[in-house]
Design a protein around this ligand. Structure first.
Ligand SMILES: [Zn+2]
Length: 159
């Protein structure tokens, strides 16, 4: 299947899991963060990636990361339009975060309270915002980006 080597991915994930079978081992993992880096890294499948999906094993606490294709296709965690949303606000700080990004950012604690969450949801499809709304949105987007865009290779490896 293209350059995604499923056997290599399995050989990485199964030893970190409690189950010895990939079919159930993959169910032990949750998405705990995403990052876009500017330099290529490698998914355990061997594919070069810029989009990192950090995952944590719910049963034994192990952590690792895989690329955006493998997390959807093989691990079975749907990241939806999360990365599209991130790229959109990276290109334009006043852009609207999409629904997947808002949910993810809230779950990760990048959105501090319900008021911010509601504001992002309510203005998600709005084309015109007032000046204070634009500055509020920029402030939240800047915070989301600071947690998810990695400028230098290696920064994410320090976790
Ligand atoms: Zn992969």
């Amino acid at each position: 299947m293209e350059s995604h080597d499923f056997e290599r991915l399995k050989a990485h994930i199964v030893p970190l899991s409690n189950s010895k079978s990939f079919e159930t081992a993959r169910l032990e993992w949750d998405l705990v963060g995403v990052e876009i880096s500017e330099e290529f890294d490698q998914c355990p499948c061997g594919q070069d990636i810029l989009e990192h999906c950090y995952i944590r094993n719910r049963l034994n606490g192990a952590t690792t990361y895989v690329g955006n294709v493998c997390i959807n296709r093989f691990v079975g965690i749907d990241t939806g339009n999360l990365f599209e949303g991130l790229k959109r606000i990276e290109a334009d700080l006043s852009a609207n975060a999409n629904a997947d990004l808002i949910e993810h950012a809230y779950r990760m604690g990048y959105i501090y309270h319900d008021k911010e969450y509601r504001f992002l949801k309510q203005t998600r499809l709005k084309r015109k915002l007032s000046a204070p709304q634009v500055s509020w949105k920029k402030k939240i987007n800047r915070r989301i980006l600071s947690k998810t865009i990695v400028r230098r290779r290696g920064a994410h490896q320090a976790r």
